[in-house]
Design a binder for this molecule. Structure first.
Ligand SMILES: [Zn+2]
Length: 839
């Protein structure tokens, strides 16, 4: 009985009554003294932790104040987000470690190198990278970071001092500053002073696109491998600088859940992750369960979440000699919410994150030598694997697209993968590689496992369920020429810093300028030319002139009858070439082999005004990828039209409108308006499930292949796995191209890998020339797809273009702009826009 009373008292103090304000002691361990000279969060930000949602600017003030008052903390700004917010990192360790922090970092890094294979690790600190709220609307992490950083700065006594002597903590208080700020604004502006747990309240229903993502609506917890976003660049640089032994990633999940920590599903671990990694994860987990038991908090592990895609924060360390840990806390979303587990308060969610941040460093300290030895062994084993294959090299490039090859090289450099120039132009395994736009990667290097994770093609799997994509093979995503050889003969000089990209224009011409369409940034160039009011044409057929050959889709700029005189035009094109990294060639005659420059096979091009439909009903990721592509890569204006006011907008100024993935499309008034606009000559481009909506609403006539899957001998328990196995979560497939079709201008090969994460299959048109992109008969290149779905996909078409009135409706069943790293298919959208009249 006595015991029972004690327990219930304990739980009351844990859960807070629904209107009670949490003070700092609610989070902190009670039996500890705190240094009075360290400012509490409340003293700087003006409210208690958990009373309001922390805005990023206040979080920055607090972390700076903390660093200024504590000799345990140093703070640095590693860059800024798209919205200009600082990307802070706090390095927290014992003051005496701070005095020799560079040496500690060097010694730590050295155990991952060949020279460190026998190094004594017993006296080295363990390195723990703790990151919070990469999804901005999963705020308990970043809010917990306030109390956690305070604790690390202010706690007194032997235990914490010893811990800090043995540990270097890299504290990243907000993985996603722009998203956190957006969400805090929402939750705070909708808060009632009488906290309202009714989950119908507006407080718990953010407006589109929500705070999960960054400025361009990217899920940054998918970017650890491709490193395309500024926030990831800062993180990955810190990661490779320190090679942490443990990296934690604090998230939130549904309100009715409890708390999750890894290990996740045992069968869903990437095969390149060593078995011991999961054993260590399990051992670390014992610290979390003990800590959560102590505060009476429910939790689970070994289910739901996987450890497969290396682009996630909790999986990326697993292929880099560390241990990645995912935490998922049930979300109160706003300040307090009803849940199946009773009233869920925001402070309670923060407390769980705080508690597991603490149990993580406790585990790290106790397992320090074990974790360091594991890391050392990981790299020793990687080098041993290489010793069987010391001369293996990977060669990639694109003879006609230097920028695209350069961008893959850039990713490899960010991931600290050693890379060389190609020694000289060569034809290797039937593919032509040019010295100036090809790269060679020797497999005999410490990061060989990471290289494998980035380039391998995998088509067999032990499990058919994936939390995220099942393939991300980079040379396929970049559509590069790629080969492997067992020889170092092609190895040129090692690249320490990538040479910058450049472009040029030939001598002043009084006749014409020409450039091919293959280079990645040609749409940027063409857009700038057309915006300037310069006339340009596109060649429908190949030709050669003055010793150079030009493929389908080459751009012609005549000199005469332009609004710029020949000198001005030359100067302008020089600027265009330099900004877009392309070579523009001067031509002195219109007489060519093939179509002459005055031929009717050159089609005049028009200046484009492009809009995109965004808002409720549209998938924000897909829309954001397109916005980012236009704004960051091609400098093309893209007007975002919200579904909210679309039907009241005058569309007449737009030449093209993009409708990203949508399941339910737009409302009837908006739909009628859009159709009228197409009939009057507009180009509508629909993606993924929008294809089905457009067909249903009679924008385009398409025939779909439907699946006839029936569950036979499937029990109720197996139902979820049965349907899960039919999901194409993200895999790579081969298509064959009709290169003479304008949608394929700028592609030099007859095959093109496409990324696909939908189950939509369009029957080919009966006229073969209307099927310029078609899945091959056995299209799987990399990743998981069920046998049934693969059969449907074979020979189907991912692209169709049809007339509607005087306009065009163009559909893609697949996302050609996936997560900013699918450079290989970005040009398809540009072709659909600039060459729509010819489609
Ligand atoms: Zn999350």
């Amino acid at each position: 009985m006595k015991k029972l009373i004690f327990l219930s008292l304990f739980l009351v103090s844990l859960t807070l009554t629904s209107q009670e304000k949490a003070t700092l002691d609610y989070y902190l361990p009670s039996n500890t003294n705190y240094n009075k000279n360290i400012p509490t969060p409340e003293s700087i930000i003006g409210h208690e932790v958990g009373e309001w949602h922390i805005t990023h600017d206040k979080l920055v003030y607090y972390m700076q104040a903390l660093a200024a008052s504590s000799d345990r903390i140093s703070i640095e700004n590693r860059g800024e987000t798209f919205e200009g917010r600082p990307l802070l990192l706090l390095t927290i360790t014992a003051p005496k470690n701070h005095g020799k922090i560079e040496q500690i970092q060097k010694d730590h890094l050295s155990i991952t190198k060949e020279t460190g294979a026998t190094q004594d690790v017993s006296n080295l600190p363990v390195v723990v990278y703790q990151g919070f709220s990469i999804h901005g609307n999963e705020p308990s992490g970043s809010n917990a970071a306030l109390a956690y950083a305070y604790y690390l700065a202010a706690a007194e006594g032997d235990a914490i001092e010893k811990l800090l002597e043995n540990t270097v903590i890299l504290l990243d208080p907000s993985f996603n500053p722009d998203g956190l700020q957006r969400f805090a604004y929402w939750a705070n502006t909708n808060k009632s002073s009488n906290l309202n747990p009714d989950n119908n309240d507006r407080e718990y229903h953010e407006v589109w696109p929500g705070g999960r993502t960054n400025h361009y609506w990217f899920d940054m917890n998918r970017d650890w491998l491709p490193v395309q976003l500024p926030e990831s660049r800062a993180r990955i640089a810190t990661f490779h600088k320190w090679m942490p032994n443990i990296l934690t990633d604090h998230h939130e999940m549904g309100t009715n859940a409890t708390f999750f920590f890894q290990p996740g599903e045992p069968d869903r671990v990437h095969p390149l992750t060593p078995k011991i990694n999961q054993e260590l994860t399990t051992e670390i987990a014992t610290y979390h369960s003990k800590a959560l038991d102590n505060i009476g908090s429910l939790y689970f592990s070994e289910e739901n979440y996987d450890d497969y895609y290396y682009g996630k924060g909790s999986t990326f360390p697993d292929v880099n000699g560390g241990i990645g840990i995912l935490f998922e806390q049930a979300s109160s979303r706003g300040h307090i919410q009803e849940s199946e587990n009773g009233i869920l308060t925001f402070p309670f969610t923060i407390k769980n994150q705080f508690t597991t941040a603490l149990s993580t460093i406790e585990a790290a300290e106790n397992m320090r030598v074990k974790l360091l030895l594991y890391q050392q062994q990981f790299y020793k084993d990687a080098l041993t694997e290489n010793s069987k294959n010391k001369t293996k090299t990977i060669i990639f490039g694109d003879a006609k697209d230097a920028a695209k090859s350069w961008h893959l090289a850039e990713i490899l450099q960010r991931q600290k993968i050693k890379l060389h120039h190609l020694k000289s132009d060569a034809k290797i395994n039937g593919k032509a590689f040019h010295k100036e736009n090809s790269y060679v990667v020797p497999m005999n290097q410490r990061n060989s496992r990471l290289i494998k994770a980035m380039i391998e093609k995998r088509t067999t799997f032990t499990d058919s369920l994936f939390y995220d994509i099942s393939a991300w093979t980079f040379p396929l995503a970049f559509n590069l020429d790629y080969t492997e050889v067992n020889s170092t003969a092609n190895l040129g000089e090692e690249i320490t810093a990538l040479p910058t990209l450049s472009g040029s224009v030939g001598n002043l011409s009084n006749y014409a300028y020409v450039f091919e369409w293959n280079e990645y940034y040609t749409p940027k160039a063409l857009n700038k030319i057309l915006n300037k009011g310069i006339r340009a044409k596109v060649g429908e057929k190949p030709f050669s002139v003055e010793g150079n050959t030009y493929d389908y889709g080459s751009i012609l700029i005549p000199v005469q009858n332009q609004k710029l005189n020949p000198e001005e035009l030359h100067t302008f094109l020089k600027e265009v070439a330099q900004e877009s990294y392309i070579d523009i060639i001067s031509v002195g005659t219109g007489h060519t082999l093939g179509i002459d420059l005055g031929s009717g096979s050159f089609q005049a091009l028009e200046k484009q005004e492009v809009a995109i439909i965004v808002g409720n009903g549209i998938t924000s990721y897909d829309a954001g990828e397109i916005w980012h592509l236009f704004d960051q890569r091609y400098n093309i204006n893209l007007t975002k039209l919200d579904t909210d006011y679309f039907s009241r907008t005058d569309l007449s100024r737009y030449t093209a409108i993009i409708m990203p993935n949508s399941y339910r499309g737009i409302d009837k008034a908006a739909s009628e308006k859009l159709k009228m606009w197409v009939k009057n000559g507009g180009t509508l481009i629909g993606y993924r499930n929008t294809t089905k909506w457009l067909a249903k609403n009679e924008f385009i006539d398409l025939r779909f292949k439907n699946d006839t899957l029936v569950a036979k001998d499937i029990t109720y328990e197996q139902k979820q796995s049965f349907f899960g196995a039919q999901v194409t979560g993200g895999a790579i497939f081969e298509t064959k191209l009709d290169r003479s079709h304008p949608i394929n201008f700028g592609y030099k090969n007859d095959v093109l890998p496409l990324f696909r994460n939908t189950n939509i299959y369009i029957e080919p048109d009966k006229s073969s020339y209307n099927n310029p992109i078609q899945y091959t008969s056995n299209p799987l290149l990399s990743g998981y797809i069920s046998e049934e779905k693969l059969k449907l996909l074979s020979n189907s078409v991912p692209f169709q273009a049809k007339s509607l009135g005087r306009g065009k409706v163009i559909v893609f069943t697949d996302n050609t702009n996936f997560r900013a790293f699918w450079y290989g298919t970005n040009k398809l959208l540009m072709n659909a826009i600039f060459f729509s009249d010819m489609l």
